[in-house]
Design a protein around this ligand. Sequence first.
Ligand code: SF4
Ligand code: SF4
Length: 292
Amino acid sequence: MIIAVASGKGGTGKTTLAVNLARSVERPVQLLDCDVEEPNAHLFLHGTARGRETVSLPVPEVDASLCDGCGECARVCEYHAIVSFGTEPLVFPEMCHGCGGCALACPRGAIRETDHRIGEIETVEAGNVTLVQGRLDVGAAMAPPLIRAVKRRLVNGGLAILDAPPGTSCPVIAAVRGADLIMLITEPTPFGLNDLRLAVDMVKELRVPFAVVVNRVGIGDDRVHEFCREEAIPILMEIPDDRGIAEAYSRGELIIDALPELRGHFSRLLERALELMAPGPDSGRQRAVGSE
Ligand code: SF4
Ligand code: SF4
């Protein structure tokens, strides 16, 4: 079971929700930090490092002695990562998606692939949580391949919580695709509503069941609630706008530790999420909630 936590924009409490939900579970859980450009779940989970792996993409390297400058490789590359002006091509590894198309297309066998590092994956054990986090190298642009590499570390069968990157672009889609439920976290403000609408459009396209968590309840207005009501999107939890939560966050503490009265809210959140995912006589109706 994979629960992905996503939001239409950064700074809405996505990581707060993911780490506190993971910690409130009284059983082993995997937490996948797929926000690879800015992984921060580790700041709240102090555990033991279990390993670190390099992630690379296969990028083309041209053998000038075999190349006749035909330009076929450049014509097949959709990403303009290899260009030729009737001469030996230039390769831009930062733009390469590692698809292998140019090597296949080269009629002279002049292209071989070499590993180009894009980042690394770290595994940390912290109590009941196994944290797997991707970290994109500075200057590397290819987040989706690293996100997919993080997701390949997923152990099937257990509960996994996935912290997606913010926004609605390719890295988010790479992260949430295949989830059993997406929790969209937002704030009850006009900006929050705008970004929630974008996120809802995205998850509808993916046809993944989803629900909403509203953070900082008490600020703004009620238009997020109104929108959810009109769209029949369940609101699974409301997190109050509380100075104690902000202070705990700034100290790198879990809010379920700093404010133990909130622990029950996160436990119930998981129960409600599992109900939405559970197969059963009315599962068709439940899975359709927020997914059509
Ligand atoms: S491997 Fe794919 S993305 Fe990279 S240069 Fe070749 S065709 Fe372009
Ligand atoms: S397709 Fe092969 S031979 Fe043609 S320009 Fe590219 S590397 Fe050179």
